[in-house]
Ligand binder design. Sequence first.
Ligand code: SF4
Length: 214
Amino acid sequence: MNPTLALRKRAAKVLQGLRAAYPDAGCELVFSNPLELAVAAILSAQCTDKRVNLVTPALFRKYRTAADWAKTPQDVLESEIRSTGFFRNKAKNIRALCAELEKNHGGRIPDDLDVLITLPGIGRKTANLLIATAYGKPGIIVDTHFRRLSQRLGLTKNDDPDKIEFDLKALLPEKDWSDFSHCMVFHGRRCCFARKPNCPGCPVKDLCPSAGKT
Ligand code: SF4
């Protein structure tokens, strides 16, 4: 069998197995609009979603619009997000993002990947997250779990997240990109851990070339 076809079939079976194991897979950040998701995603760098979800309710009550975030003083925002770590950079990115949204995008998060990646604080991972989760469009979200799992499952030979994104986009139909991303992150958090993955309990172990070897 042509190797690409074989890989495509394996990716489809992996998705089938993960969907059955994690029927509720989805974004674990709490938000109610695209701007809130963008802020939560910036805060989630090097931080758990659980911690971010503890911090954001008070922030989202206080800051309703991009203008609200943009005009808050840097030191005030820093103190409000301190517990998420890397708070200086995160505060800087949130304020810069929101100032840019106000200036050139009507205060709204764009729904176009190519535009999103030009915004301050928004890399491809967050852009794909916004596209997929806030706007329901196809997106492959390559976070640390996705990167590790796609390598272990033999679906990519690359290490660079952008290359992994394009490898996986070539293996799966667009309609499955978002679901596949969320299932992979769920699996990485619940079974295929960075250290000591639970291969015996893994729902896709029969499809995984790394089973029992990591
Ligand atoms: S078999 Fe092990 S390494 Fe492979 S996906 Fe499952 S938990 Fe991860």
